[in-house]
Design a binder for this molecule. Structure first.
Ligand code: NAD
Length: 290
């Protein structure tokens, strides 16, 4: 299990691949963006010419791609992972995608002798850099055990949450909580600033009390300073809220707050903030009020 093929070397995949290299794995990587490949080779990775080239010699394949269509193409396409991986390969998709995409990959994998897991993550760019991600894994229990050693390089909270697709359902739950917290932190900042109260002092107090959260710890300062360099782009969170709303429909449940947060994130996108960090939800709340 020493050779890893890694496809998708962006904000998350780049540092995750670098951590595997530091841990002693031989990592062969592919990305469409030259700059990302350059960063990867500088970290000690071997550049592949294609997805097929990245996965051909691998014991473990990891993908970290933007959205469901990318994973479907890279996993199931003619030049993709399943077509080109050797039998016995463990394929771990760590992207955030629709649960049915993960189930489709898991259903197609055994015919090629490949074992597939969905293992989306939470913890952001910082978690990827520090190797402290939370990883929620769907798939067979035996395959989860086989993946544990590799996943422990990337994260600290690693939980097998159920069968194929279950990791993605847990990630959808994670994203609706994160979106909701950002919306309310934004409202708190707007309230404080509009009331003539020092927002920095106010948010410092909140961070130490019951309202405290990882988001307040990591982001209150940048939000108050209106620094919205991603991090996690509004466009990607918009995708994730779509997954959450669809999952709720499939489960037959009403999630009213999720619907509202999805609309606020849609507004951020409509206002041209799609490539900013999701903390830029603050701009939407601000524009409603000023
Ligand atoms: P990103 O856009 O920075 O990286 C995705 C990479 O995939 C890009 O470099 C892109 O060039 C590459 N790519 C796309 N299609 C490809 C293909 N066909 N072949 C090879 N490479 C291809 O995105 P990111 O922020 O790293 O997010 C990746 C995934 O992780 C997303 O599903 C996202 O929702 C999830 N995620 C992101 C964060 C975060 O904080 N950024 C946190 C948790 C989960």
């Amino acid at each position: 299990m020493n050779c890893v093929g890694f496809v998708g070397l962006g904000i998350m995949g780049g540092p995750m691949a670098a951590n595997l290299i530091r841990a002693g794995y031989t990592v062969t990587g592919f990305d469409l963006v030259e700059e990302s490949v350059k960063r990867f080779t500088e970290a000690g990775g071997q550049a592949a010419a294609s997805v097929a080239d990245a996965v051909a010699g691998a014991d473990v394949v990891i993908t970290m791609l933007p959205d469901s269509p990318h994973v479907e193409e890279v996993a199931l396409g003619p030049d993709g992972v399943l077509e080109n991986a050797k039998p016995g390969t463990l394929y771990i998709d760590m992207s955030t995608v629709r649960p049915d995409t993960s189930r489709r990959v898991a259903e197609a994998a055994p015919a090629r002798g490949v074992r597939a897991l969905d293992a989306p993550v939470s913890g952001g760019e910082k978690g990827a850099i520090d190797g402290t991600l939370s990883i929620m894994v769907g798939g067979e229990a035996a395959d989860f055990e086989a993946a544990r050693q590799v996943l422990e390089v990337l994260g600290t909270t690693i939980v097998h949450v159920g069968p194929a697709g279950a990791g993605q359902t847990v990630k959808a739950a994670n994203q609706l909580v994160v979106g909701g917290v950002y919306a309310l932190v934004s409202e708190a900042i707007v309230l404080l600033e509009s009331s003539g109260v020092d927002a920095r002092k106010g948010m410092d107090v909140l961070a130490g009390g019951l309202a405290g959260s990882r988001i307040l710890d990591l982001k209150r300062e940048t939000m108050i300073n209106r620094e919205f360099k991603p991090g996690f782009r509004i466009d990607l969170h918009h995708k994730d809220m779509g997954i959450a709303v669809a999952a709720a429909r499939e489960a037959g449940v009403a999630l009213p707050m999720t619907g509202l947060v999805a609309q606020l994130i849609a507004a951020a996108r409509a206002q041209g903030h799609g490539s900013l960090d999701h903390s830029a939800l603050l701009k939407v709340i601000e524009r409603m009020n000023r």
